[in-house]
Each structure stands twice: as structure tokens, then as C-alpha cells.
Design a protein around this ligand. Structure first.
Ligand SMILES: Nc1nc2c(ncn2[C@@H]2O[C@H](COP(=O)(O)OP(=O)(O)OP(=O)(O)O)[C@@H](O)[C@H]2O)c(=O)[nH]1
Ligand SMILES: [Mg+2]
Length: 437
């Protein structure tokens, strides 16, 4: 039995290889995967690469959800033959507009996530590694998912090659080279694609499996607009394994933990929130985690002021927070928000009897970890609060709720949302998407 540790070119010389979570750790290999399950392939087969991209307008936290759908697809593909998921570099996100933070482009996943933990769920490599492994910086085939133009009467899984519904799909044919150019995560000056095809699609992630196995032999395939595919199963054990594998990078967790210890008197030992480095071994029961002596609030503002149905005014948000602080006999509240400074100060003034905290990064931390990293630090601190309350329909809030499920909080202390002014104090709670193992 041979364990593949190095990928060079597209060639695998071993006659047999194994994907095993617990074989030697090597940061360079995609095959630390398997979640403890060994997968053995009868024949040597060069691995194929699955790339994906998400619609420009989608935010950081929905993109994290799309990753889970595609990671699951790669897992089921690996039941048949070796496939590696290429992690799409982060960048050019609609919300990441801070002028003082440069180069929010070509960001590796390792800045935000612990890639070794990801590999315990599915074989993954960073885009740059994929480029190094490729003989040429060419993606063989791009499939651009789109709706059925004629609409549909009954939902059924189907896909069909179709002309593109829209012309502004960000791919254009270069008539000199015969290849397709695009933004390619900020690598537009290096990378091209050989083939581009629009596909009308309706279905779950695994519905792509037979197509990828039988209808194309391309070495590298990119799924564009991957948010079109649905989760194979929302909320089942596979879903949660994918979610649990998305462990934040150690550095970001450390920054969050330092803040908790320094300003919130919150440590894992005191709060029963000790985090296992190996997520496959972490199985908490509801109510085991106690959390720090503070309330965590995610207050989404900015574009939600226009688009959200149930956003409270700052004054009404403060009233709800005050009530909770009194109810749980706490004096500190941690606010995660995208609100501008003056809005945060207004909110703090309404809560002047209490200690209102926010994470204020140094310019070095801002520069290094960028808006994605700052979002994660805020999420991590909220995830450790005694009680959490978020903003209705914000995926940013959902990701915090999931993190708290992983840590083992009582769902009553997690699935809460701020009510709008008309709803007063008694509105419908967030749906409880509890963890399963
Ligand atoms: N640091 C920080 N950033 C935030 C906070 N809330 C929102 N943001 C920023 O705004 C973005 C939120 O966008 P999404 O990830 O799409 O989440 P959402 O807009 O709340 O939810 P959906 O529109 O439903 O997807 C994040 O990526 C952050 O950059 C917060 O509390 N702290
Ligand atoms: Mg959004």
C-alpha cells in the first residue's frame, strides 16, 4: 500500500493509493482526507480536479455554505475515482470595500481556515497548488450553471447544455488563442480555460456526479455559479461533518481567545468550551458549553437597512439587549456589527449602564487578516457568549449559530434573533438547525 504524499504534474506513479486521515501529516498533500475512513482504489488513476466559483454578489458566509455542497460532491466522486477540490481564492467580495485594506484578492483559504481540518473531510488543495501541479495554467472545461429560461412547472433534477441566458457571464473568447478568458480569482493574466459551456441546471450537488464521471474526461472541470446546486441533504450528518471540518485558522481563533480573556474574562476552561484540534473527535452534547459571562450580539446593518424585513432601530435593539442583560444577570455585551462607528456609538449610549464591547483591530491585524479574518474573529467571540442573539436571515448570524452547535450550547441560548420595532420583544425565533453526528 502506498500513501501518496506528493503530487507532481498529473501523474501518480503508485499502483494503489489510500486516502487516510491518520496517515503522515503533510501540508502539501490533498490526501489527508477521509475522516478516518480509508478509501482504496483498485487501479492507479490520475486525480481529476474540481474547481468552482460563486456569483459575484454573494457574501462570505453564503460562500462558506456553497463550499460544503461542493465538498460533499467531491466526497461522493471519490467513491468512484480520485478527485481533488481546488479551493477558490477569496477576493473581490461585494462587502469587502474598506479602502485601507489592500489586496483583498487571491486570498488563500489558509488565511481563514485550517486547511488540514478541511482535508479530513474532502481532498482539497489551494488554487496556487493546483497551478503548480498543472503543466499549463489552463482549466480544461468550465460549465456555467444557469436557470431554465422557460421556467419550470414541477421541480425535478435535470441538466441540459443550453445557450447562455445572459451575455454578461464574465467569460469571453480570446480569438487569438482560441481559449476563454475570465477573472479567475485575480489570476486573469495567467489562467485561461479551453472550453466554456452554459448549462441549465436544477438539482442537488450529487446530481453532477454521473455527468462528471461519464460525460467528460477532462482533467480539470470548473463549475461556475456553484450556488445554483443544492445541498444533497440539509442538516444531516454529512452536512455537519462538512461544517465541522471548516475549522477557523489557529491564528484567528487565538486572536479571538485573547480578546475573550482580556476583556470578557472568558476562557475555555471556565466556560466549558474547550476546542478539540481534531474535529472528528469533538462531539458535544447540548448544554455542555456554558459560555462567557456576556451576551453576544450580531447586528447586521449596511445593505440590510434596505433589504431586511425585520431590522430593529438601534434604540429598539438596545432595549432588547438591556432586557437580556438583566434577565441573565450579566453586565457585558459584545457587539459584532458591520455598522459604521457612529451607529455603534449611538447603540452604546443607549446601553450606558452596561459595558458594551467590540473588537477593534490594530491596523496590522486589519491589513493581515482582512475583512474575512475580522468577520471570523467577531463570529468566534459571539460563538463563545453565554447567550447569542443575531439578525434575522443573516448568513453571518447562521454561521455563528452553527459554531455554537459545534461547541455544545443549549439551542435556547443560540437560536435567537432581534425583533423589529413593530414586533416589540416577542417575535418568532430563528429556526433551530441543530447538530447531528
Ligand atoms: N467584522 C464584521 N463584519 C461583518 C459583520 N456583519 C457583516 N459583516 C460584513 O458583511 C458581510 C456579510 O455578508 P454575508 O456573509 O453575505 O452575510 P449576510 O449579508 O449577513 O447574509 P446574507 O445576505 O443572507 O447572505 C461579511 O462578509 C462581513 O464582511 C460583523 O458583525 N462583523
Ligand atoms: Mg449577504
Amino acid at each position: 500500500m502506498t500513501t501518496v504524499r506528493h503530487l507532481s504534474g498529473y501523474l501518480f506513479l503508485s499502483a494503489l493509493f489510500i486516502i487516510d486521515a491518520y496517515c503522515g501529516v503533510n501540508e502539501d498533500t490533498a490526501f489527508d482526507a477521509g475522516n478516518g475512513v480509508s478509501m482504496t482504489f483498485a487501479e492507479a488513476k490520475a486525480p481529476r480536479f474540481l474547481l468552482y466559483n460563486v456569483n459575484y454578489g454573494e457574501g462570505f458566509n453564503l460562500r462558506r455554505d456553497v463550499y460544503m455542497r461542493i465538498a460533499n460532491l467531491v466526497r461522493v466522486l471519490n467513491e468512484e475515482e480520485p478527485w481533488i477540490l481546488v479551493l477558490p481564492p477569496w477576493g473581490r467580495l461585494y462587502h469587502w470595500q474598506s479602502k485601507d485594506i489592500k489586496n483583498q484578492n487571491r486570498i488563500r483559504w489558509s488565511l481563514f481556515f485550517d486547511v488540514y481540518s478541511l482535508k479530513k473531510f474532502a481532498p482539497v488543495v489551494e488554487f496556487e497548488e493546483f497551478l503548480t501541479m498543472s503543466k499549463e495554467p489552463v482549466i480544461d472545461e468550465v460549465y456555467y450553471l444557469q436557470n431554465y429560461k422557460e421556467g419550470w412547472t414541477e421541480w425535478e433534477e435535470k441538466m441540459d447544455f443550453r445557450p447562455c441566458n445572459e451575455n454578461n457571464h464574465y467569460y469571453w473568447k480570446n480569438f487569438e488563442t482560441g481559449k476563454w478568458d475570465s477573472w479567475f480569482f485575480g489570476y486573469e493574466d495567467q489562467v485561461t480555460a479551453s472550453k466554456f459551456q452554459c448549462v441549465s441546471f436544477m438539482g442537488h450537488a450529487s446530481f453532477l456526479k454521473p455527468f462528471l464521471l461519464k460525460n467528460t474526461t477532462a482533467r480539470s472541470v470548473m463549475i461556475e455559479r456553484a450556488e445554483t446546486v443544492l445541498h444533497d441533504q440539509f442538516g444531516n450528518s454529512e452536512y455537519w461533518q462538512a461544517r465541522r471540518s471548516m475549522v477557523f485558522s489557529t491564528t484567528l481563533r487565538d486572536i479571538g481567545n485573547e480578546f475573550r480573556a482580556k476583556y470578557l474574562d472568558s476562557t475555555d476552561e471556565k466556560d466549558n468550551t474547550i476546542f478539540e484540534e481534531d474535529w472528528t473527535k469533538m462531539k458535544r452534547k447540548h448544554g455542555e458549553a456554558k459560555g462567557g459571562q456576556y451576551i453576544g450580539v450580531h447586528l447586521r446593518r449596511k445593505d440590510f437597512l434596505r433589504t431586511s424585513r425585520h431590522l430593529p432601530s438601534l434604540k429598539h435593539a438596545a432595549k432588547q439587549i438591556e432586557k437580556l442583560l438583566i434577565k441573565y444577570n450579566l453586565s457585558k455585551v459584545f457587539i459584532a456589527t458591520d455598522a459604521p462607528r457612529d451607529e455603534f456609538e449611538e447603540l452604546s449610549e443607549y446601553l450606558s449602564d452596561f459595558e458594551v464591547l467590540a473588537f477593534n483591530p490594530t491596523s496590522e491585524v486589519r491589513e493581515e487578516y482582512k475583512e474575512g479574518g475580522l468577520a471570523i474573529i467577531d463570529q468566534w467571540i459571539c460563538a463563545h457568549a453565554r447567550y447569542f442573539i443575531g439578525t434575522e436571515e443573516s448568513t453571518f448570524s447562521f454561521r455563528i449559530q452553527e459554531e455554537r452547535e459545534i461547541l455544545g450550547f443549549d439551542p435556547e441560548m443560540t437560536f435567537n434573533r432581534l425583533c423589529d420595532d413593530k414586533e416589540k420583544f416577542d417575535c418568532e425565533k430563528s429556526s433551530k438547525w441543530t447538530i447531528t453526528y
